[in-house]
Design a protein around this ligand. Structure first.
Ligand SMILES: [Zn+2]
Length: 456
């Protein structure tokens, strides 16, 4: 089930040159198949009425360890899943700290946000809870344990496989992501034909190529800012990111391709709902990556800095207990379920908190002195595209790589603009995440300030 790629043999080549010991990157990658072994409940759509009943593609957890020679590696973990909740993510990262000495700054767990994977622990709990019988609840518990063990195992294997490597990068584009708040889905084909797609999008495809010392491609990590919501059926699938990873690995059979989801919470792949379209967008993204790999790439000097913080992200005015009691019999069953869960928490001695510990993480690869630096920003939650556009403008353009859905997917993260406009991403979705209310108006300023603080 596991595959490890390392360039161990190539160490001899490097040592044989007999040059002075310059610092060099080391890299290791590993992956595990995390397709559920049972047909359990699927995550991402409230409208599903039964568990999965088929498999279209496998789901993967992949780990890429990068060490600049200092012995303090960073490990990117990508999972073909809708999201991960704070409890499960914290548990995994605590075990990685205990077993391998990795701090929170050194580990980033990014979810592809496929809507054709299993329910993951308590992620999106009010959305699915209604449908779940005890047997399904049991499968969800078991799957969380299995996922935990799989991630710990592949991180261990990636670290064990660390071997001399070269890192290179470039950025391309592909344009199937459409701002879903500004374009009616049915109008998109016509709008596209007429060049009238409107609203902000981030079509960048940043690519990190990890090669052995003699240039063999070992791993590729690439990102894109768009919901993985082409498919809404009953078959396990990585959706377009799954097909994109397959496309890259088909062209480079020896390499592990890792997809990270960007800040695409308000972006959809449109048109959608057909298998051919999921495959098509996968091919488009894969072709963008393969094209970049064939072209000139910029080397990244072996220098790595990692930082991580959980900032107290402030919520708007909290509901009172009486308001929750009232909501608990609301005819909107998701609203009612959220209220009941929050009341359960309160009654168990866990009062509502005015703030949420929101994870912000930054990795810097390379150095300003030699060849430039890539800044890799990892944010929790479903982050709207405004953050990517703003931070790329304020930091370093395409040298700033934006990831959402990382370490904890607790809610949508609207910008000030989207929060003010409202709608699903502005606040409506909070109910499905079990959050007591919407974010306060400080949400964007707090997150951006923290990224700038870490970037300094
Ligand atoms: Zn989403």
């Amino acid at each position: 089930m596991f595959r490890i790629i390392c360039s161990a043999l190539l160490t001899f080549v490097i040592c044989g040159v007999g040059t002075a010991k310059a610092q060099s990157w080391k890299a290791g990658a590993a992956q595990a198949n995390i397709t559920p072994q049972s047909f359990m409940w699927m995550a991402g759509y409230a409208a599903r009425t039964r568990p999965a009943e088929a498999k279209m593609t496998e789901l993967w957890a992949k780990a890429l360890a990068l060490d600049d020679g200092s012995g303090k590696p960073a490990v990117l973990v990508t999972v073909d899943l809708v999201g991960i909740d704070r409890g499960l993510s914290t548990g995994i990262r605590e075990e990685l700290a205990k077993k391998y000495g990795l701090t929170s700054a050194q580990v980033a767990i990014n979810c592809s946000h496929t809507h054709s994977g299993p329910v993951v622990a308590r992620n999106l709990r009010p959305m699915h809870e209604y449908s779940l019988e005890p047997a399904q609840q049991e499968l969800i518990h078991k799957y969380a344990d299995f996922l935990h063990a799989s991630v710990v195992e592949i991180v261990g294997k990636a670290l064990a496989g660390l071997a001399p490597a070269r890192l290179e990068w470039a950025s391309g584009t592909t344009d199937f992501a459409v701002n879903r708040r500004n374009n009616k889905e049915a109008e998109v084909p016509m709008r596209r034909e007429q060049g009238k797609i409107v609203g902000p999008s981030d079509h960048d495809v940043p690519v990190l190529a990890v090669k052995s010392a003699d240039g063999k491609l070992l791993a590729v990590a690439f990102g894109y800012a768009c919901h993985a919501t082409v498919l809404d059926g009953y078959a396990w699938s990585g959706d377009y990111p799954g097909f994109a990873q397959i496309e890259v690995e088909k062209a480079h059979p020896e390499c592990i391709a890792l997809f990270w989801a960007g800040c695409g919470a308000d972006q959809n792949p449109i048109p959608r709902r057909k298998i051919e379209l999921a495959e098509k967008y996968g091919r488009m993204l894969g072709a963008a990556v393969n094209g970049i790999l064939a072209g000139p790439l910029a080397p990244i000097a072996p220098k790595l800095a990692t930082s991580y913080a959980e900032i107290p992200l402030v919520l708007a005015k909290l509901p009172t207990r009486d308001e929750l009691v009232q909501q608990s019999t609301d005819k909107n069953k998701y609203q009612a379920m959220r209220a009941r869960m929050l009341l359960e928490d309160i009654d168990a001695g866990r009062p509502l908190s005015q703030t949420y510990p929101y994870p912000v993480q930054l990795w810097r690869l390379g150095s300003e002195q030699s060849g430039g630096q890539v800044q890799w920003c990892f944010l929790g939650g479903e982050v709207v595209v405004d953050y990517a556009i703003r931070l790329k403008a304020e930091l370093a353009g395409t040298k700033t790589w934006m990831a959402g859905y990382t370490n904890d997917v607790m809610a949508y993260i609207p910008s000030r603009r989207v929060l003010t406009e409202g709608g699903y991403e502005g606040g409506g979705a909070m109910v499905y995440y079990g959050m007591p209310t919407i974010w306060s108006e400080q949400v964007e300023a707090s997150i951006v300030e923290e990224i700038h603080r870490q970037a300094k």
